[in-house]
Design a protein around this ligand. Structure first.
Ligand code: NAD
Ligand code: LMR
Length: 344
């Protein structure tokens, strides 16, 4: 993960110094962002626009996307930016795309859980994934819309019904949990940030987010109090932002950063890089739950391997937390599957 982050940063630095035209030949992938005019969508689109691996950036939203695309299209990076507004243009937004990123939907306000977003976001994700199944069935699909513990299982059911489900290519984006864990651990232990890598497993809501502090690289020891404090901070970091924004939404900038890193990792894997690792929420058999976030190796065909050794030799605290999170995660998965299957 540190290597990916280093490369992401290093590539951005290189791009400042070299002519973007020189990078033109590297650009070959098409990326669609669905919900591109939103709080996450706009900065995410900007960061993807900086990637030398992208040839076309398709921005889709139900409103306000024309201006975002016009604005971004003036950046002298290789990708062509195209805008698509509303359901009648959704198919065109998705045709020929390699990676689809979905941050469409409503964010939390103070006092809400991610599950409180289910009633609105479940239907949005279902419709958008149906369109992806019809128009770019081979694409990697990155789900950001909450509650991802449920929206990823919904997406899986939709893709199954369409006969195009490839579990290796459907991802719940949990990169922000890793980004936060790395930041908080580096601060607490006075470590060089770029070197810190904390795998985060489970799901993406409250106690289902389980940072494996015992697996932190470089190896570092924590007191029991530090483990408790850091774990709770990482689990509640989304709420920390929601409360600070006081009704004006949830994490957007750090999320865009995290999602851009996951997009860049996916593109590097698609491009043949054989050293790409990220934590992500996927269909999985590493526990008795059908979906679970783990560190995976990404390749040209999606998830190439799940890094199961992260789950071996857990601390007593982590073992207990893992057992405790299962009931909540199971309920969220079942809720998503039931929703998808009761729809026509
Ligand atoms: P936002 O309200 O600022 O933006 C959402 C965008 O989605 C808007 O532009 C809206 O027009 C668009 N949209 C709504 N319905 C749509 C549809 N049917 N098709 C296409 N676009 C549609 O919200 P935001 O702050 O960008 O957050 C978006 C989602 O991301 C929320 O559900 C939030 O909870 C989630 N989120 C997830 C993570 C994570 O770690 N996975 C982190 C932060 C936020
Ligand atoms: C986050 O972790 O920041 C997101 O899931 C948004 C939220 O609602 O907390």
């Amino acid at each position: 993960l540190a290597a990916i982050q280093r490369s992401f940063v290093a590539k951005a630095g290189e791009r400042n110094q070299r002519s973007y035209m020189q990078l033109q030949s590297q650009a070959s992938f098409k990326v669609a962002v669905l919900g591109a005019a939103g709080g996450i969508g706009q900065p995410l689109a900007l960061l993807i626009k900086m990637s030398p691996l992208v040839s076309a950036l398709h921005l889709y939203d139900i409103a306000n996307v024309k201006g975002v695309a016009a604005d971004l299209s003036h950046c002298n990076t290789p990708s062509q930016v195209l805008d698509f507004t509303g359901p009648s243009e959704l198919a065109s937004a998705l045709k020929g795309v390699n990676v689809v990123v979905i941050p469409a939907g409503v964010p939390r306000k103070p006092g809400m859980t991610r599950d409180d977003l289910f009633s609105i976001n479940a239907g949005i994700v279902k419709n958008l994934v149906e369109a992806a199944a019809d128009n770019c069935p081979d694409a990697f699909i990155h789900i950001i819309s909450n509650p991802i513990n449920s929206t990823v299982p919904i997406a899986a059911e939709v893709l199954k019904k369409k006969g195009v489900y490839d579990p290796k290519k459907l991802f719940g984006v949990t990169t922000l949990d890793v980004v936060r864990a790395n930041t908080f651990v580096a601060q607490k232990k006075n470590l060089k940030l770029i070197d810190v890598d904390v795998p985060v497993i489970g799901g993406h809501a409250g106690m289902t987010i389980l940072p494996l502090l015992s697996k932190t690289r470089p190896s570092v020891t924590f007191t029991d109090e530090e483990v408790q404090e850091l774990t709770v901070r990482i689990q509640n970091a989304g709420t920390e932002v929601v409360e600070a924004k006081a009704g004006d939404g949830s994490a957007t900038l750090s999320m865009a950063y995290a999602a851009a890193r996951f997009v860049e990792s996916s593109l590097r894997a698609l491009d043949g890089d054989t050293d790409v690792y990220e934590c992500t929420y996927i269909e999985s058999d590493v526990t008795d739950l059908p979906f679970f976030a783990s560190r995976v190796k990404l390749g040209k065909k999606g998830v190439e391997a799940v890094i199961t050794k992260d789950l071996q030799g857990l601390s007593e605290y982590e073992e207990k937390a893992l057992e405790t999170l299962k009931a909540e995660l199971k309920g969220s998965i079942e809720k998503g599957i039931a929703f998808a299957n009761k729809q026509p």
